[in-house]
Write a protein that binds this ligand. Structure first.
Ligand code: PEP
Length: 281
C-alpha cells in the first residue's frame, strides 16, 4: 500500500461509482448497529434527503460482554440492502469478524440485486487478526476499511494494511478511531487525528476518521455534540478523506453505543460543519 513515498501508483480507487482517494472526502454517517428495519429506513431516508450516498450499518458487532447485543448478523442484510437500493445508498461500511460474514454479505447482495456496495470494515480489535486480514485481503470484490489497533503502534497497524495488500486487495482505507489510554476521561479515547497527514505521507491510503469511537459521549449533552463536531473538524482540517460517524433516529434506544450517537435532527448541522471544515483544509 505504499510504504514508499515516491511510489507513483495512484492514491485513489473507485468503487460502485464513488471515488476514494487522498484528496476526496466521503461521509459515512449511519447506525453503529442495525436494530430495527424502521430505524434503518429513517436513517437512510435522512441521508438521501441530505444528499448523502454512503452510510455505515453494523450487522456483526464484536462486543466486550457476551451478554450484550451481538448484532442481527445475516438476518438484517436483506432489508438493509433493499433499503439502500430504495434510497440510492451506494456504499455501506460494515464490519466483519469472520470469513462467513463476507460470504453472507456477498450472497445477500446477490439476492437483492447488487445495487449497493459494501466496504468491509475490520475493527480495532481485529487489526492484528492476521488470518482475518489474509482472508479479507483475498476478497477482490470489496474495498476495506481497516481501523487502527487501539493499543499498538502506528507502524504495526500500517503493517496490518500490508497484509491486505500482500494478498491482493489494495483498495484499503485506513481508519483512525482514537487510542485507548488510562487518561481518556472524560472522553473514551485519546483522539489521534493529528496522525491523518502522517499516514497520508507514509502511504497511498485514503484516511478515515471515526470521531464517534474516538470520543464517545453522553446523549443529549450539547457539549457532547460539540466535542464530536470539533474532533471531526480537526480531522478534516488535517486532511481526512472519510468520516465514519454514528447517528441514530432515537439515540436513547440504540442497542449499541447510543451515548455517542448523534440524532438525525443533528445531521444537517453536522454536514454543514463538515463542509466548512473541508473548505478550510
Ligand atoms: C465500530 O465502528 O462499530 C467499532 C466497533 O469500531 P472500533 O473497531 O473502532 O471500536
Amino acid at each position: 500500500l505504499g510504504r514508499h513515498i515516491n511510489d507513483e501508483r495512484p492514491s485513489h480507487f473507485d468503487y460502485n461509482g464513488i471515488r476514494f482517494g487522498q484528496d476526496t472526502l466521503n461521509i459515512f454517517a449511519g447506525l453503529c448497529a442495525v436494530d430495527t428495519l424502521e430505524h434503518v429506513e429513517l436513517t437512510m431516508k435522512a441521508l438521501r434527503d441530505q444528499g448523502q450516498c454512503c452510510t455505515r450499518m453494523g450487522a456483526y458487532k464484536p462486543r466486550t460482554s457476551p451478554y450484550s447485543f451481538q448484532g442481527h448478523g445475516k438476518n438484517c442484510l436483506p432489508y438493509v440492502f433493499d433499503l439502500a437500493g430504495k434510497y440510492n445508498i451506494k456504499v455501506i461500511a460494515m464490519e466483519v469478524t469472520h470469513e462467513s460474514h463476507v460470504e453472507e454479505i456477498r450472497e445477500a447482495l446477490y439476492q437483492t440485486g447488487n445495487a449497493t456496495g459494501v466496504m468491509l470494515q475490520i475493527g480495532t480489535r481485529n487489526t492484528q487478526n492476521f488470518e482475518l486480514l489474509k482472508i479479507v485481503g483475498r476478497q477482490q470484490d470489496f474495498p476495506v476499511l481497516l481501523k487502527r489497533g487501539f493499543g499498538i503502534t502506528l507502524d504495526e497497524s500500517l503493517n496490518a494494511a500490508e497484509y491486505l495488500a500482500s494478498e491482493g486487495n489494495r483498495r484499503v482505507v485506513f481508519g483512525l478511531r482514537g487510542m485507548k489510554t488510562n487518561m481518556g476521561d472524560p472522553h473514551r479515547n485519546i483522539v489521534d487525528f493529528a496522525h491523518v497527514p502522517v499516514v497520508k505521507r507514509l502511504t497511498r491510503m485514503p484516511v478515515c476518521i471515526d470521531p464517534s469511537h474516538a470520543i464517545g459521549m453522553r446523549t443529549g449533552s450539547p457539549d457532547g455534540l460539540l466535542d464530536i463536531m470539533h474532533a471531526t473538524a480537526q480531522g478534516i482540517i488535517a486532511g481526512a478523506n472519510m468520516v465514519l460517524v454514528d447517528f441514530h433516529p432515537v439515540p436513547s434506544k440504540a442497542l449499541v453505543d447510543g451515548p455517542q450517537a448523534l440524532s438525525l435532527k443533528e445531521l444537517p448541522l453536522f454536514l454543514e460543519d463538515v463542509r466548512i471544515a473541508r473548505e478550510a483544509y
